[in-house]
Ligand binder design. Structure first.
Ligand code: GLY
Length: 331
């Protein structure tokens, strides 16, 4: 099911009216929908991603199945979404800031705790690959704005207009009122975060977004911030986030979840405690969405969110599964 359709149907899914979909591994043509209560994967290699991004997880799985490393799997996996102009929250086609500029954020982290990020970068459709170049070819972790863009050109990336006609039309419509009112689960914040474990048992993660639609120029959320939008510890596991980035930054959410797993919590328990920390700080004003996913070294997975409507997709040798996330607020 495409992510957009899932979102439209999210309340029905959360109410249990739509079964979790399972697509037999390696059998994309003969998809079968079967009921399953399975929410935990225990076999590596494995990939897990925020939202029902089946094309992205299929790409990452293809890399892992052929024996590729987790770092390549997560980069190539999220690139699928960055290239999809129908996805208006990531890469080319993303919704612009309030001045009409599409600015992208991304970060990547590998098994050795190497990491790279780009913030508020324009005109380059694959920020995740620029983030990887920052990690591999510079002594730095983060490059921002024009510096990141200039670095990308030096590395051979092509300049592209990222504002599609569809996103431009919607932005011009928004400008008539300029009302800044993020809405839950209608693709305003659905960042793609992806975690993978390869055949060697090594973990990597990637996170990419066009950020909050019609944001103040220069605004950056959690997605390119190591520890907030993404964190990997190869001894323990990984976590990544989607939703209102400001809230994730305040609790250094992904780092927190990995540390909770280090202390013995399962990925599910750690995601629930990570979300609960945010809830504690926002008592009485939970009108926003946060979703976390996590995987531990054994390949066990978990996910949790504030509002119903979030889901995550996993792929391992047992199947390609979209799991509606448990949520603090029930449908
Ligand atoms: N989580 C994406 C953002 O807040 O920009």
């Amino acid at each position: 099911m495409k992510r957009r359709n899932f979102l439209k149907n999210s309340s029905a899914a959360a109410a249990g009216l739509i079964s979790t979909s399972v697509i037999a591994a390696g059998d994309k043509k003969n998809r079968s929908e079967i009921d399953t209560a399975k929410t935990t994967q225990t076999t590596t290699p494995i990939v897990i991603a925020t939202w029902d991004v089946s094309n992205a997880t299929a790409k990452a799985w293809e890399v892992l199945r052929k024996g590729g490393v987790a770092l390549d799997a997560v980069e190539q996996g999220v690139m699928v979404e960055e290239a999809d102009v129908e996805n208006q929250t990531v890469g080319k086609g993303g919704r612009p800031d309030r001045e009409g500029r599409v600015t992208l954020d991304a970060c990547i982290m590998d098994k050795d705790s190497n990491c790279g990020a780009v913030l508020c970068m324009q005109n380059i459709s694959h920020p995740i690959s620029v983030a990887r170049k920052v990690m591999e070819d510079t002594p730095h972790v983060m490059l921002a704005g024009l510096g990141a863009e200039q670095f990308a050109y030096e590395k051979g990336f092509k300049k592209e207009d990222l504002l599609t006609e569809k996103s431009k039309k919607e932005w011009l419509e928004w400008k008539k009122t300029s009302k800044y009112q993020p809405v839950i689960n209608i693709e305003n914040h659905d960042t793609i975060g992806m975690l993978a474990i390869d055949k060697n048992g090594d973990i990597a993660g990637a996170c990419t977004t066009s950020g909050m639609a019609y944001k103040i120029s220069g605004r950056v959320g959690d997605s390119p911030i190591i520890g907030a939008g993404l964190f990997i510890d190869n001894q323990v596991g990984g976590a990544t986030a989607t939703g209102v980035g400001e809230e994730v930054v305040r609790t250094v959410g992904s780092f927190l979840i990995v540390e909770l797993m280090r202390q013995g919590k399962t990925p599910q328990q750690a995601c629930e405690e990570g979300v609960n920390r945010i809830i504690e700080k926002n008592r009485g004003k939970l009108n926003f969405q946060i979703g976390f996913i996590a995987v531990n070294k054994k390949g066990e997975t978990g996910g949790y969110c504030i509002q119903p409507g979030f889901s995550y997709r996993t792929y391992n040798k047992d199947g390609h599964i979209n799991t509606p996330s448990k949520s603090h607020i029930k449908a």
